[in-house]
Design a protein around this ligand. Structure first.
Ligand SMILES: [Zn+2]
Length: 114
């Protein structure tokens, strides 16, 4: 009789974990640290020329665990030499698969805009 409630609360906790892990609604409050923790990517699309880039902790110095800096506080410049615009759209891909599909031209699922 005493072990039953413990077992129940444990399984309730397990049920909650996945929801917590993929919680999508960070929007403007997204930090670089959160991208690192989620193993996702910061997707940047140039409004001027349409060039797309996906930054991960492998190729972006800002993406590391514990970095509380807001993604929106950083200015990004298009790496296309003939463009150089700093007018970009920002998205958060939650997985590297999402980022890969997006780089290939697919839209991201709803709610990924930052
Ligand atoms: Zn551009």
């Amino acid at each position: 009789m005493l072990t039953l409630p413990t077992r129940l609360s444990l399984s309730a906790e397990r049920k909650l974990m996945p929801n917590w892990m993929v919680s999508p609604a960070y929007g403007p409050d997204l930090t670089f640290g959160r991208i690192a923790i989620n193993e996702g990517a910061l997707c940047i699309e140039c409004k001027a020329c349409g060039r797309r880039t996906a930054l991960t902790k492998k190729n972006c110095e800002h993406i590391w665990r514990g970095n509380k800096r807001l993604v929106r506080s950083v200015r990004f410049r298009c790496q296309n030499r003939s463009c150089g615009s700093d007018q970009v759209r920002l998205y958060n891909a939650h997985t590297t698969d999402e980022a890969t599909m997006w780089l290939a031209g697919d839209p991201l699922p709803v709610g990924r805009a930052i």
